[in-house]
Design a protein around this ligand. Structure first.
Ligand SMILES: [Zn+2]
Length: 503
C-alpha cells in the first residue's frame, strides 16, 4: 500500500445508494444478507436507525445533501424549480475553498451540470442510461472531462431532441420486461463478455473513482461523492430469484410499468410485488461488492485510513405498501427511511447507535465539520451527526412529496386517479411520532413511528392535541410551498427528465 497522503484533514467520501431503503439494508429490520463488506463497515461506523430522506426522489434529495437545506428552501422540487441555483455555499465550493480536491461520480444521470448538482466540483461524471450498461467499461459516458464518450453524447442529444419517443420507448420496455432483459443481456454479452452473468450498471464508476483519486494532488485531501444506481427499477431477471422456466414466465409477465401504475392501468398483484421486491433485494445485496470497490479506490491510493465516510440513500423504494410503487409519489416509510452510516477517519464511536431523528440535510454540516469548515447559517437547522449520537435533536425533521413530476404523466391520468396520487404532502418526525399533512385538503394523520412502521393506525384523533407543535410545523411548510412561485421547470430540464423516462 502507498504511504498515507493528504493533509491533516480527513478525506471525505459521501456514498449514496439510490433507492436503498433502511429496512432492507444491513442495520435494518429485514436486512438482506449476506453483505460481508457492508456489515464490517457497519461495525466500524456510527449507525443512525432513524434517518429520513427529505423527498421521495433523486433531485430534491441530492440538492438537500449538498446544501443542508430542505427542498422548499432550495426550491428544487416539482412544485418549484428543478435546477439548483449556483451558490458558493454548496458542499462542493466550500470544500474546494478549504483545500479539497472535489470529485462527483454518479451512476444516476440526474446528478449532472444540467440540474446544477455538480457546481464547485473539480471533476464530475454521470451516467447515460444505455451507456451505463453497454458503454466503455472504465470511462464515464458524460462529465466535465473532454474524454466523455461521443456515442453517449449522441445518445443524450437524440434523447433530448426526441424526448417523447424516448419516453414511450421506456414505457414500452417497462411493459415488456422480458424483451428488455433479453436485449440487455445480449448487448452485454457482445460488448463486455468478461462481465459474466450479471450485467452491472455503470461499470465505469469504480475505475473512474480509482483513477481520479490516484490523480488528485497528494498534498490535498479529497472529497468524493459517489452515487450507485443498482437498486433502481426496472429489474432484470436475476438468476438468484428467477431460477426456473416457470419463474421466468412470471417475470416476463410482470410489468415494471411506471406510467401504467400512475395512470391506474397496472395494479401489481401480490405475487408480482413479491417478485419485484425479491429482485430489488438481490440488487441491494449486489451493492456489497460495489461499496467495497469504492473503498478500495481510497485504499489503493493510501487514503482510506484517513477517510471519513457517510453511507446513505437518497430515498427508499415501495413495493405495494400503501398502494405505492417504486418511488413515484409519497411520504410513507418505505420511500423515506434510508440507511445512515458514519465511519470516522479516526474510527471514533465505532459500533455505536444514535437514536435521534436525523435527516439528509445533516450530511452537509457533518462533512463540513470534519473538514474544519464552519457551516453557513441555514434556516433548516441541520445538525452535525457528530452532535446527535448522545443528544437527540430538539426539533422535528421534515420531508415532502411533490406529486407527479412529469406533465406527460399528469395528462394521461384520469381525474380520480390523479387526485388520489398527484398530491403535495408534508411529513414531520418528532419523538415517537410522525405526522403527514396534505396542505391542499388540510387533513392530518399521525402514526407511532417506532411501533407502527406500516403506518396502519392513524392516531390523529387521539394524539392530535399532544402533537400540535409538530402539526403546526408541517402546516407552515405546506403554506410556504403553496405560496411559492408556480412550477416553472425550464424546458431543457423537463426534456432531460422526460428523456430519462426513469430507466
Ligand atoms: Zn434516486
Amino acid at each position: 500500500m502507498a504511504a498515507p497522503s493528504g493533509s491533516e484533514k480527513p478525506n471525505l467520501l459521501l456514498l449514496v445508494l439510490d433507492c436503498v431503503r433502511a429496512w432492507d439494508f444491513p442495520g435494518g429490520s429485514s436486512a438482506v444478507g449476506p453483505m460481508p463488506f457492508t456489515e464490517r463497515l457497519l461495525r466500524d461506523s456510527v449507525y443512525f436507525p432513524n434517518a429520513a430522506s427529505v423527498a421521495h426522489w433523486t433531485v430534491p434529495s441530492h440538492a438537500s445533501m449538498f446544501t443542508g437545506l430542505y427542498p422548499w428552501e432550495h426550491g428544487v422540487h416539482a412544485k418549484g424549480l428543478l435546477k439548483l441555483a449556483e451558490s458558493g455555499e454548496g458542499l462542493g465550493p466550500l470544500l474546494r475553498g478549504a483545500g479539497y480536491t472535489t470529485l462527483s461520480i454518479s451512476a444516476n444521470g440526474l446528478i449532472s451540470s444540467d440540474l446544477g448538482l455538480v457546481h464547485g466540483m473539480d471533476r464530475s461524471a454521470w451516467g447515460v442510461s444505455l451507456f451505463n450498461r453497454i458503454g466503455v467499461a472504465d470511462q464515464p459516458p458524460q462529465g466535465s472531462e473532454t474524454e466523455a464518450h461521443r456515442l453517449a453524447t449522441a445518445e443524450n442529444t437524440l434523447r433530448k431532441r426526441l424526448a417523447s419517443i424516448s419516453y414511450w420507448t421506456a414505457y414500452g420496455l417497462a411493459r415488456a420486461p422480458a424483451m428488455w432483459d433479453f436485449a440487455t443481456r445480449l448487448a452485454m454479452r457482445i460488448r463486455h463478455p468478461s462481465f459474466g452473468a450479471r450485467p452491472r450498471l455503470a461499470h465505469w464508476v469504480e475505475p473512474t473513482a480509482a483513477r481520479w483519486i490516484r490523480e488528485a494532488p497528494r498534498d490535498r485531501p479529497v472529497y468524493c461523492f459517489v452515487n450507485l444506481l443498482d437498486a433502481h427499477e426496472p429489474y432484470l431477471a436475476e438468476p438468484d430469484v428467477v431460477r426456473t422456466l416457470r419463474a421466468w414466465w412470471s417475470y416476463a409477465r410482470t410489468r415494471q410499468d411506471r406510467l401504467g401504475w400512475v395512470s391506474g392501468a397496472w395494479k401489481p398483484t401480490d405475487p408480482e410485488l413479491v417478485l419485484l421486491h425479491e429482485l430489488y433485494r438481490t440488487m441491494v445485496r449486489s451493492l456489497d461488492q460495489r461499496i467495497e470497490g469504492i473503498v478500495r479506490a481510497f485504499q489503493d491510493s493510501g487514503r482510506w485510513e484517513n477517510t471519513t465516510m457517510i453511507l446513505t440513500g437518497d430515498h427508499g423504494q415501495a413495493f405495494g405498501e400503501h398502494d405505492a410503487m417504486f418511488h413515484i409519489v409519497g411520504v410513507d416509510e418505505p420511500e423515506l427511511r434510508v440507511p445512515m452510516y458514519v465511519r470516522y477517519a479516526d474510527r471514533r464511536d465505532a459500533g455505536k447507535v444514535g437514536h435521534s431523528w436525523v435527516s439528509l440535510i445533516d450530511v452537509y454540516p457533518t462533512l463540513l465539520r470534519e473538514a474544519g469548515v464552519v457551516p453557513p447559517e441555514r434556516p433548516s437547522h441541520p445538525i452535525p451527526l457528530q452532535d446527535l449520537l448522545e443528544t437527540p435533536r430538539a426539533e422535528p425533521v421534515f420531508a415532502m412529496s411533490d406529486g407527479l413530476v412529469h406533465d406527460a404523466d399528469r395528462q394521461r391520468t384520469a381525474t380520480a386517479r390523479r387526485e388520489a396520487i398527484d398530491r403535495l404532502l408534508v411529513a414531520g418526525y418528532d419523538g415517537e411520532f410522525k405526522v403527514i399533512h396534505d396542505p391542499v385538503r388540510g387533513d392530518l394523520r399521525a402514526f407511532h413511528a417506532h411501533d407502527d412502521p406500516a403506518e396502519a393506525h392513524d392516531l390523529w384523533s387521539s394524539k392530535g392535541p399532544e402533537l400540535a407543535p409538530l402539526a403546526e410545523g408541517v402546516r407552515e411548510i405546506g403554506r410556504r410551498i403553496l405560496a411559492g412561485p408556480a412550477s416553472a421547470v425550464p424546458t431543457d430540464v423537463e426534456d432531460r427528465l422526460r428523456s430519462w423516462g426513469y430507466i
